[in-house]
Ligand binder design. Structure first.
Ligand code: G16
Length: 550
């Protein structure tokens, strides 16, 4: 098909709106089959494009985690952004870009934003999940005001506009011109690797690997495989055989690409045995999550963030110190203790990486993290799985101590925050909402009451006031703080694609040196029982135990 240099042929297609295109914690996530309905993907994209009103001639970054339906969706995305007047697309080769690498590219190229085709850690394949996130010019996910406006726009749509373009070949790096549209296909790893080399001491890390410190990394057939091969193996010298599942596959080879101790139990078992590597790690489908383990020592995400902050001055990119730190409300408060020690502010935000972006953008924080296996810094506006692995390698290389000793020393100094998340999969979403409403209605009567193992100090529904833009985010999770500092948090997940997932976060602080080495199961069992009883989970949802404990 030949296209005139200046004119983009565009077709207008009429269709009825869909009623379910409200974005959750991170973009729109649905079953693949929902996205495959005629016009579904297109109407959502049109709603985003109508809301953004990009200036004519804009640049956008496009990529994804390689999951099923990405290829088709990417071609639609190219044609619709072209119809909306975008004139320069920067696309990862084969449509691949990790979420943090895309965030970096948007910033580097001064693009107007980017679309990321991913449902993150959710399973892939024809019966799995698909998703789309839109990131703004700062590289961070669209804020709530934009996602709300997109939903309103989706309800009012009567059709969409799509350019007539041939199928674009994304397999070779280089620039293609299609009429007025320039499509630039880039190596997904190169710019990201350069950024990592600026932040970390690669020479010292390579020496540490050479000295016999083995690193095992599992990419779960998600996007981080190509990044891990180039950075961990080719550059730092890790053994290729220790990098697992590194070719991105549309169905993740049947794996569930969620780096937690359940999906990563093979790594937990490896680390429990005599052949434990110095460091084991994993990332998720789109490369923004991380799990860190050492010999007989899984590191909880809250501890990982706290230990990173405590050691930040040892890492070249953070040597100047960080101005502040942030964690999502349900995340353990281990990092708060380090921040207090360093006399820097510690912000508590709602769940969702986008809430960190204003603080990062305003220079008020340098590190941030969440219980959901996400950690990041001011280097990007998304959490970053491989970055966290590199941070730990750099930290271990400088400290010259095994990982379990680093963790134990941290607990001896700051105390230990035992932490677990109990997820209950509730088949009928309405039962999940009723449960939360019921608990919310009883909050006023809880303070001061004796719950058997402790009295309630505080019971509220977390409300966030953004200190940068002044926006308000109410109802971000129920907090029940007990005397002695233990805490229960309840919220419904915003990333599932069916039913409701009730998440209960359990936390207990311990600074008795004789009690620092319990298993979280043991330390938190009474709290878990109390949490289930308080929320009347069996009565509301018929569930007598959690579906998943991480
Ligand atoms: C997303 C968000 C995270 C959030 C996580 C879990 O991660 O970016 O900020 O913590 O979902 O959210 P929820 O508890 O609502 O399911 P990802 O890696 O899935 O994009």
């Amino acid at each position: 098909m030949r296209i005139d240099n200046n004119v983009m042929p565009v077709r207008a297609i009429s269709c009825a709106p869909f009623t379910d295109q409200r974005m959750g914690t991170a973009g729109l996530r649905k079953k693949v089959r929902v996205f495959q309905q005629p016009h579904y993907l297109e109407t959502f994209l049109q709603a985003v494009l109508d809301t953004l009103q990009l200036p004519p001639g804009s640049t956008l970054v496009l990529g994804g985690d390689g999951r099923y339906f990405n290829r088709e969706a990417l071609q639609t995305l190219i044609r619709m952004t072209a119809a909306a007047g975008v004139r320069h697309l920067v696309v990862g080769q084969d449509g691949l870009l990790s979420t943090p690498a895309a965030s970096n590219l948007i910033r580097m190229r001064k693009a107007h934003g980017g679309f990321l085709l991913t449902a993150s850690h959710n399973p892939g394949g024809p019966d799995g999940d698909f998703g789309i996130k839109f990131n703004m010019a700062n590289g961070g996910q669209a804020p709530q005001a934009i996602t709300d406006a997109v939903f309103r726009a989706s309800q009012a749509l009567r059709g969409y506009r799509i350019a007539e373009l041939p199928v674009i070949d994304l397999s070779r790096c280089g620039t293609q011109q299609h009429g007025p549209l320039r499509v630039e296909i880039v190596d997904p790893v190169a710019d990201y690797q350069q950024l990592m080399e600026r932040l970390f001491d690669f020479g010292r890390m390579a020496d540490w690997v050479k000295a016999g410190n083995r690193v095992v990394f599992d990419a779960f057939h998600g996007i981080t495989g190509p990044y891990a091969r180039r950075i961990l193996a080719d550059t730092l010298g890790c053994a290729m055989a220790d990098l697992l599942h590194t070719n991105p596959l549309p169905d993740f080879g049947g794996l569930h690409p969620d780096p937690n101790p359940v999906e990563g139990r093979h790594l937990v078992e490896l680390c429990a045995g005599a052949a434990a590597p110095a460091l084991a790690a994993a990332s998720d489908g789109d490369g923004d999550r991380n799990m860190i383990l050492g010999p007989a020592c899984p590191v909880s995400p809250g501890d990982s963030l706290a230990i990173m902050l405590a050691g930040a001055a040892l890492i070249p990119g953070y040597r100047q110190g960080v101005p502040g730190v942030a964690r999502s409300m349900p995340t353990s408060r281990a990092v708060d203790r380090v921040a207090a020690d360093l006399r820097i502010p510690c912000f508590e935000t709602p769940t969702g990486w986008r809430f960190f972006c204003n603080l990062l953008e305003a220079g008020r924080i340098g590190l941030c993290g969440e219980e959901s296996f996400g950690t990041g810094s001011s280097h990007a506006r998304e959490k970053d799985g491989l970055w966290a692995v590199l941070f730990w390698i750099n930290l271990l290389a400088v400290r010259s101590e095994p990982l379990p000793e680093v963790v134990a020393a941290h607990w001896r100094r700051y105390g230990r925050h035992y932490f677990q998340r109990h997820d209950y999969e509730i088949a009928d979403a309405a039962h999940g909402t009723d449960l939360m409403e019921d608990l919310r209605s009883r909050l006023g009567s809880l303070p001061g009451s004796d719950l058997g193992i402790a009295r309630v100090d505080l019971a509220d529904d977390f409300h966030y006031h953004d200190p940068v833009d002044g926006s308000e985010s109410p109802h971000q999770g129920i907090r029940i703080v007990l005397d002695g500092g233990a805490r229960l948090v309840y919220r419904l997940s915003g990333t599932g694609t069916s039913g409701a997932t009730l998440r209960i976060y359990l936390e207990k602080f311990e600074d008795n040196p004789a009690m620092l080495d319990c298993s979280p199961d043991e330390a938190l069992r009474p709290l878990g029982k109390l949490a289930a009883h308080l929320a009347a989970i069996e009565a509301h949802a018929g569930l007598t135990q959690p579906t998943l404990v991480v």
